[in-house]
Write a protein that binds this ligand. Sequence first.
Ligand code: ATP
Length: 311
Amino acid sequence: MLWGESVINVVFDNGFVSAVLYDHVTKRFGRIVAVEDVYLEVPEGRIVALVGPNGAGKTTMLRLAAGILAPDGGRVLVYGYDAMSVKAKRRVGFMTPMDRGVYWRLTAMDNLIFFGVLYGLSLGEARARAKELLEDLGLGGRANDWVATYSTGMMRRLEIARALMHDPDVLLLDEPTSGIDIDAKRSILNFIRGLRGRKTVILASHDPQEIELADAVVYINRRILNESPALKVVKVLVKGSVDGLSGFNVEGVGDDEYVIVTTIDKFNELMSMLAMYDGRVRVVDIDVEVAVAEGNARKMERVLRRREGWL
Ligand SMILES: Nc1ncnc2c1ncn2[C@@H]1O[C@H](COP(=O)(O)OP(=O)(O)OP(=O)(O)O)[C@@H](O)[C@H]1O
């Protein structure tokens, strides 16, 4: 069946339109099942974080919504249009750090104008849009420098600007602040925060500060294991048998038993461990708490809480 012309807008009870709908989507790469029977509605104007261990299918989810990959089962709709269709693609911007999507021997401004014109903007429109985005992303002063002279953090901001040149409704961000310095990170996080309500953002992330931006956190490990509204504490509530947690600092008793993880590496370790328990351990809740520690450093606390009766 061809979905290109079919329009299905999912409107929630609360009036929200589903900007992106993963309707029982499966994606395989040969024998690898990257995404399996995923059903997810992303309401318009919300920021949703996809969280999960390496290889969990997060990037695949983004590429499906970008119309770069076709699902093997189910369908992906963007505002009711098949994600592979031109109508859908015009409404989506995709930023992935691995994507060398800008020309190093052009200035940032010329890059953005080039991509804007490709999307059908007039030269004047593209120039104005590029100027606005570069200013908003703190690159105004370097707009006419060659991209080859950009730092990683500047490059990342430019890639976000590129993804937004055609003013898409949906922005897909793959680990937008990984591997960049604190100032660039802060600038990108503030920019994403400013998109709330104006764009629908799906971000794949391992980073608590990115996750904290989200209105909803979706834990995925090939299948969606849990969806939870964003809260102040990352708590990964699990159901199942968790033997290997001896490497973690388990605190509390009974219903209040939990593990505090204070570094992102430890958090990832925990995620990987849970991935190995796939099928035997079900994650039933995730939540992030970001506490401001003394001095300027921000201290992250991720909590894995184990509840008696859920194990
Ligand atoms: N083009 C491809 N060809 C073959 N296998 C692929 C391809 N893309 C992804 N995979 C596989 O699909 C699975 C999901 O990969 P994906 O990149 O979506 O995970 P991820 O959650 O984004 O991981 P990470 O956190 O490491 O970025 C992995 O097993 C990966 O090896």
